[in-house]
Ligand binder design. Structure first.
Ligand code: GLY
Length: 572
């Protein structure tokens, strides 16, 4: 008997060792959690992943080298980000996937969070009708029902490898740990008080001494959750132990998410937005994201002007683009919301006639005033994260996911080790009251049970001659569509390479507040000229963290990871 037990133990031990030694993650292995660095720009021959963290990009590239395609890489990269980039990578948030398969068919998966069944239009108003932004921005009540895990499983039919193979790197990184960057250390330190305030129990993200670069972050509870998902599929998150842990966390902090909310979560297949800009075909995400429509509106509003000849970041080109941004965002506030609850006039908003009408009062010598620009009549800290991927076969995948604010609600699900989103703040909690990004909304984006809150995420693909040309996207709350807009204009109109298109200073106007936000390295001369024309110019920190892949004429993949963060590319 004793012998038998020893034999079984030996078998288990040797299997575990074999698994661990087969893993691509470990000291000295393909993905080394203790030695890594950001790689900002490389032109690869065949395949590339650009994401917010070097370890996540390395995992995605390794998966493709093992025979996976861009969808496999996306699933593995996103799961890895949930471990190595807790500020935005997530299991407790949601996202959008836009893809173009090598056979030319496009895929648009909506795994945006949903308002819980108990949510209601005025849930964030006090008895006097005042908006309580604090409740929609932080803590248990700010969370929508997470969609990320369902989104990963909805992507599996397009993938080639087993889910077990795709999730294992994330499990290893959570279980054995990885060293954190200076950015991550600073972010965890500055969020410590919020974690203490909005979580009911201590978590792996909190320690007595301040975090510093090179410390190892180990997340055993998260590893256990990932294993439940590995073993039980989607039910490993939406039912059973993980669901119980989420609901118990909700009960401790007056949150609303119930067992039924989790069980009933569904991914929606959407129809991608497709339009032309100067002979290129652009494919982007439809509502409940505002991103694709805004992108189409802004590009089409400037298309009849020879922007390239105006010069990059000349007052003339920037002023035109600001006015396009202003008008598009006025429409966002009025007309956009979850299409299952609100009739979004998508076709009209993107039509040439409507957009020509919107630009009729555009004056190239003077700032318009937002108070005069209403929405057309129809007859977001900004911690989202983006992954751009292209594989050897030409499958293109762009995915943007979000917890909303940095570290979301700052509520860590005790026992499950992941952070919940604060996506409820993306609804309009009261008409005319700005959300954390200063965005205004109304009836179209009012809260309702089961509704998806309006997003700005803009994962985007560009084709040239019906062949892959660009994969692009960025985090940044309401600045997302304007950053993607400017990155595309930088490449198409200003002939920039991927690195410049991503890293050159960006600007942002969103109708209200009526001001132009610019990065600190924005041209001082252009700023002065615009101020003289009547624009209020406001300096701010970095705008977006764009990941861009440009496919060159010889088929090589030129890639750029944003210099504003730990972003990194990997490929072969
Ligand atoms: N939470 C940011 C967005 O979805 O736009």
């Amino acid at each position: 008997m004793k012998k038998t037990i020893v034999f079984i133990l030996f078998l288990i031990t040797s299997t575990a060792n074999a698994q661990q030694s087969a893993s691509i993650v470990g000291a000295g292995k393909t993905v080394d959690p203790y030695h890594y660095a950001s790689v900002k720009s490389v032109t690869f021959n065949k395949a590339v992943v650009a994401s917010a963290h070097p370890l996540a990009s390395e995992v995605g590239a390794a998966i493709m080298k093992q025979g996976g395609n861009a969808f496999d890489a996306m699933i593995a990269t996103q799961l890895t980000l949930a471990v190595v980039y807790p500020g935005a990578g997530n299991l407790g948030g949601g996202g959008f996937l836009i893809a173009r398969k090598s056979d030319g068919k496009s895929v648009a998966l909506d795994y945006r969070e949903m308002a819980p069944a108990k949510a209601s239009r005025d849930m964030y108003l006090d008895k006097d009708g005042n908006a309580q932004n604090e409740l929609s921005e932080n803590g248990h009540l700010s969370s929508g029902v997470p969609g990320t895990v369902a989104g990963l499983f909805a992507t599996m039919p397009f993938a080639k490898l087993s889910f077990k193979a795709l999730i294992q790197p994330a499990i290893d990184l959570a279980e054995y740990g990885f060293v954190i960057t200076a950015h991550e250390a600073a972010a965890l330190n500055s969020t410590k008080e919020d974690f203490l305030k909005y979580s009911s129990q201590p978590s792996a993200f909190i320690k007595d001494q301040p975090w510093k670069a090179g410390d190892t972050l180990i997340q055993p509870q998260l590893a256990a959750t990932l294993k439940r998902i590995r073993d039980n599929g989607s039910k490993g998150f939406y039912e059973g132990e993980t669901a119980k842990l989420i609901v118990e966390e909700m009960q401790r902090g007056n949150g609303m998410i119930s067992y039924d909310d989790l069980k009933n979560y569904t991914v929606k297949q959407r129809t991608a937005i497709a339009f032309d800009y100067r002979g290129y075909n652009i494919i982007s995400f439809p509502p409940p994201s505002s991103g694709g429509i805004l992108l189409a509106q802004m590009l089409k509003m400037i298309e009849k002007y020879p922007v390239g000849s105006y010069g990059f970041q000349s007052a003339k080109s920037v002023q035109l683009m600001i006015e396009a941004e202003r008008r598009a965002y006025a429409d966002r506030a009025q007309h956009m919301g979850d299409p299952d609850y609100w009739k979004v006039p998508q076709k009209t908003l993107m039509s040439d006639a409507y957009l020509a009408e919107r630009m009729k009062d555009y004056n190239p010598n003077k700032a318009s005033v937002s108070a005069d620009i209403k929405a057309g009549t129809i007859h977001e800290s900004e911690e989202t994260t983006h992954i751009s991927i292209i594989d050897e076969q030409g499958n293109m995948v762009a995915v943007t996911t979000t917890l909303n604010n940095s570290y979301g609600s700052k509520t860590v699900v005790d026992g499950a080790g992941f952070i919940l989103n604060d996506e409820m703040d993306d609804f309009s909690i009261k008409p005319g009251v700005p959300n954390m990004y200063g965005a205004i909304g109304g009836e179209a984006n009012a809260i309702a049970a089961g509704k998806r809150m309006l997003s700005s995420m803009t994962p985007t693909l560009v084709l040239k001659g019906n062949k892959p040309f660009m994969v692009v996207g960025t985090p940044g709350g309401t600045t997302i569509p304007t950053s993607v807009f400017q990155s595309i204009v930088n490449v198409i109109d200003f002939n920039m390479n991927a690195t410049d298109a991503v890293n050159k200073p960006k600007f942002h106007h969103q109708w209200l507040p009526d001001e132009v936000m610019v990065e600190s390295n924005f041209s001082a001369e252009t700023k002065m000229t615009l101020e003289k024309m009547g624009y209020k110019m406001v300096d701010r920190g970095g705008i977006g963290r764009t990941e861009l892949i440009k496919i060159l004429a010889d088929g090589k993949r030129e890639s750029a990871a944003d210099g504003r963060g730990d972003d990194s590319v990997a490929g072969y």
